[in-house]
Write a protein that binds this ligand. Structure first.
Ligand code: F6P
Length: 340
C-alpha cells in the first residue's frame, strides 16, 4: 500500500511526531508513505515528497511541520476538488492521512464523500475538535501561555499594575481557561461567557487592593461589544483573524480608564504555536498517527482517530467536524472558584 500524509491549518507542537508515527507505523507493515506539502494545497497541486523511514528520523521533538501547512480549502472550487482526486490517482496513494483541525477534517470528510480513501488525525492548539478528549498541540501551547503569565506576574507585581494577557483559541476558551487556572489569574475571560465589565473591574480592584497588582487572561475570541483594530480580514475558510481585534489591548484600556490602575497588555500570538511538543503532546500525536494507519489498514476510511479516556479509537469524521467543542459549565464553575 502507499500512504499519503498532509498537515493542514495552523501548525502546532506535535505535528512532526504525528507524521513520524504515520511513516513508521506504515513502514512497520511494509508500506511506503509520501508527504504532501502545505496542507491540501499539496494534494490539489500535486506537491509531493517521498517520506522514507530515515526522512522522519529526529523530528519527533521538533515544533512546526516538516511538510509545511496552509489554510487552503481544496473544495473551494469544483475543479480543485477534481484535481485532488486526480493527484491521489496519479501518485498511486491508497490511503491519505489528513492531520488537522476542523477545516482540514471537514475537507477530509468531503473527500471521503467523493470516494477518497482518507482517515483523519485531529490536532490544534485550540483543543476545539469535537469527539476527542484532547487535541495534541494544546498542552504545549497552553504551557507557553502559563509561562508568559508567570513572567507578567513578576513585572505587574514590581510596578503595582494590572496586566492583561491575550491568548489564542479562536471561539473556544480552552487556552484561556488553562492559562487562568494553571497561572492563577484574577479574572479569565472566555468566549463561552458574555462579557461582564463590572465583574472584571471588581476583580481587578480587589486584587490590586489586596496584593498590589492584578492579572487578567483574555481569550482572543471574546466579544467586548465594540471593535478595535480589526480589519475584518478572513482566511480561506472564512474565519476572521481574531488577533487583529486586539481585545487584550482594548480591555487594558478600559481597565485603566475605569479603575485608575495603570494597566498594560501583552498579546503572545504565534509564540504559543511554536516550540517543542511536551510529553503529553508527543505521546498523543504518536498514538493518533499510528492508529490512523491502523484505521486505514482495516479499511475504516472516513474515520478519525480520537482519544477517549485512556483509549485511542476511531469515530466517523462527521462526528468530529462542524460544531467545535467549547468550554463546558463544569470547567467554568471551577475557574470562577479562583477569581479574585
Ligand atoms: O487555530 C489555531 C489558531 O492559532 C487560532 O488560535 C488563531 O485564531 C488562528 O489559528 C490564527 O491563525 P493564523 O495563524 O492564520 O494567523
Amino acid at each position: 500500500m502507499k500512504f499519503g500524509v498532509l498537515t493542514g491549518g495552523g501548525d502546532c507542537p506535535g505535528l512532526n511526531a504525528a507524521i513520524r508515527a504515520v511513516v513508521r507505523r506504515a513502514a512497520g507493515f511494509g508500506h511506503m508513505t509520501v508527504g504532501f506539502l502545505d496542507g491540501w494545497k499539496g494534494v490539489r497541486d500535486d506537491l509531493a515528497r517521498p517520506l522514507p523511514w530515515a526522512e522522519v528520523a529526529g523530528i519527533l521533538s521538533r515544533g512546526g511541520t516538516i511538510l509545511g501547512s496552509s489554510r487552503t480549502n481544496p473544495f473551494a472550487k469544483e475543479s480543485d476538488g477534481e484535481r485532488v482526486l486526480e493527484t491521489l490517482r496519479r501518485e498511486g496513494v491508497d490511503a491519505l492521512v489528513a492531520i488537522g483541525g476542523d477545516d482540514t477534517l471537514t475537507a477530509a470528510l468531503e473527500l471521503f464523500r467523493r470516494g477518497g480513501h482518507v482517515v483523519g488525525v485531529p490536532k490544534t492548539m485550540d483543543n476545539d475538535v469535537a469527539g476527542t478528549d484532547w487535541t495534541f498541540g494544546f498542552h504545549s501551547a497552553a504551557a507557553v501561555a502559563v509561562d508568559a503569565l508567570e513572567r507578567l506576574r513578576d513585572t505587574a507585581g514590581s510596578h503595582h499594575r494590572a496586566i492583561v494577557l491575550e491568548v489564542m483559541g479562536r471561539h473556544a476558551g480552552w487556552v484561556a481557561l488553562a492559562t487562568g487556572l494553571a497561572g492563577g489569574a484574577d479574572a479569565t475571560l472566555v468566549p463561552e461567557e458574555p462579557y461582564d465589565e463590572e465583574a472584571v473591574l471588581a476583580r481587578v480592584r480587589r486584587a490590586v487592593q489586596e496584593r498590589g497588582y492584578a492579572l487578567v487572561v483574555a481569550s482572543e475570541g471574546i466579544d467586548l461589544g465594540a471593535r478595535r483594530g480589526s480589519k475584518g480580514a478572513k482566511d480561506e475558510f472564512g474565519h476572521e483573524l481574531l488577533r487583529e481585534r486586539e481585545v487584550g489591548a482594548e480591555l487594558a484600556h478600559r481597565i485603566q480608564e475605569r479603575t485608575g490602575v495603570e494597566t498594560r497588555s501583552a498579546q503572545i500570538g504565534h509564540i504559543q504555536r511554536g516550540g517543542a511538543p511536551d510529553l503529553f503532546d508527543r505521546i498523543l500525536a504518536t498514538r493518533l498517527g499510528a492508529f490512523a494507519v491502523d484505521l486505514a489498514l482495516a479499511g475504516r476510511f472516513g474515520e478519525v482517530a480520537v482519544l477517549r479516556g485512556e483509549k485511542v479509537t476511531g469515530i466517523p469524521l462527521g462526528e468530529a467536524v462542524g460544531s467545535p467543542k467549547v468550554v463546558t459549565p463544569d470547567w467554568l464553575e471551577l475557574l470562577h472558584t479562583f477569581d479574585a
